[in-house]
Structures are given as structure tokens and as C-alpha cells.
Design a protein around this ligand. Structure first.
Ligand SMILES: [Zn+2]
Length: 73
């Protein structure tokens, strides 16, 4: 995976860790005790320090929360 910032090939896949992992949670679920979540993964460049291609590992979990009306907040 080439770095999107400097083009270096010296990159490695990473996950965001905080205890059992930094989690992304749908905003509408934040006040619930048991919320859906997905771990995050990304790539990091060991030359320039850029972090890119941040993504959900289980994006399908968030499908029920998609607003297909196209509303703008
Ligand atoms: Zn880089």
C-alpha cells in the first residue's frame, strides 16, 4: 500500500487501540448501553507518518443507521 501523502511504499496496516480497541459508534447509538460498534483499521506510513485509508472493519453493522433521505445536518 503506497502512502497517499508521500508515495512511499514503507507502510504498514494498523488498528486503533485503546484497551480493547478504539471504536467507532453510530452517533444515534451513543446513549444506549449496548451499542453497535466496529473496530477501525488503517494504514500508516513509516516515512512521513501519514495515516490513511481509515475504515470500519465491520461496516455492515452500521447499515441500519444510514439515512437514505439524503438529509443534511
Ligand atoms: Zn508517507
Amino acid at each position: 500500500m503506497r502512502c497517499e501523502a508521500c508515495g512511499s511504499a514503507a507502510t504498514t496496516e494498523i488498528v486503533f487501540a485503546a484497551g480493547d480497541g478504539l471504536l467507532a459508534v453510530p452517533k444515534v447509538q451513543c446513549k444506549k448501553l449496548f451499542y453497535k460498534y466496529s473496530k477501525l483499521s488503517a494504514y500508516a506510513c513509516t516515512d512521513c507518518g501519514a495515516v490513511f485509508r481509515i475504515r470500519l472493519e465491520q461496516p455492515e453493522k452500521f447499515k441500519p443507521f444510514v439515512d437514505y433521505s439524503g438529509g443534511v445536518q
